[in-house]
Design a binder for this molecule. Sequence first.
Ligand SMILES: Nc1ncnc2c1ncn2[C@@H]1O[C@H](COP(=O)(O)OP(=O)(O)O)[C@@H](O)[C@H]1O
Ligand SMILES: [Mg+2]
Length: 250
Amino acid sequence: MGGRKKKDGTVKKVTDRVSSNMLESHRMAIVGQLFRGAAHDMKNPLAVILQGSEFLGYSETLDDSAKKIIGMIGKAASRIDVLIENILGFAGPATGEAQSTDIRTLIDESLALLGPQLSNSFVQVAKDFPQSIPGCTVNRGEIRHALVGMLMNAADAIPEDGIVSIEVRQVLYESGKSSVAVMVTDNGCGIPEDNLDKVFDPFFTTKKDRGRMGLGLAAARDIVERHNGHLSIESKEGKGTSVLMVLPAE
Ligand SMILES: Nc1ncnc2c1ncn2[C@@H]1O[C@H](COP(=O)(O)OP(=O)(O)O)[C@@H](O)[C@H]1O
Ligand SMILES: [Mg+2]
């Protein structure tokens, strides 16, 4: 195996890159484990705060202003609780069995998980869901992971204000089979044509400065293909990007 010739004529060994990437992903796996442990440890003291504030809320000896403060403490604690649940759901082991799933629910869960990141920017989210959609038999944690990666990319691509639209459709085939399609479209920076065939490569990223690792689309495609589905991308530089996930329907 040789190296890839860089513009300045130097050759960077592909093997160097691979081993440092492996170290990096190993480090990430350890960070994930530590985080899961810490999140579990936070649940118990948090439960004390939640139950304590609920109990005090019913107290007859406290005045209204004290109860108001206790209510605020309870609300703040339950927000942390939701965040921890979301992180545990996302970082948790992807061992779950495949289950009959409404893809709209997974999208909503992914949006909740990304809430803080989406609302920090001026990103608008527009959902276009049908009234009813067949279920898909999927590993929920994995498909949620793929969706979060797609949504995060859309948010990343939008510099200031912009729109991320999420469209869900049923696709019927002549054979009588059907699929569920999820299209995530953003009107962000788009992808230069030269990069389009690299975006599914593991560790390909144009966002190293933002701490991204280049695993989002590679992982998403791997997950979707293991579910016998397809993941594809279309983009125009300066205009925006659409990522299409197609999963077999039940
Ligand atoms: N919606 C998008 N808009 C613009 N560029 C995108 C989008 N999705 C992916 N890309 C490009 O593809 C690259 C790889 O994406 P991904 O695998 O998710 O890795 P990461 O987000 O960690 O960089 C990104 O660095 C970016 O250059
Ligand atoms: Mg990404």
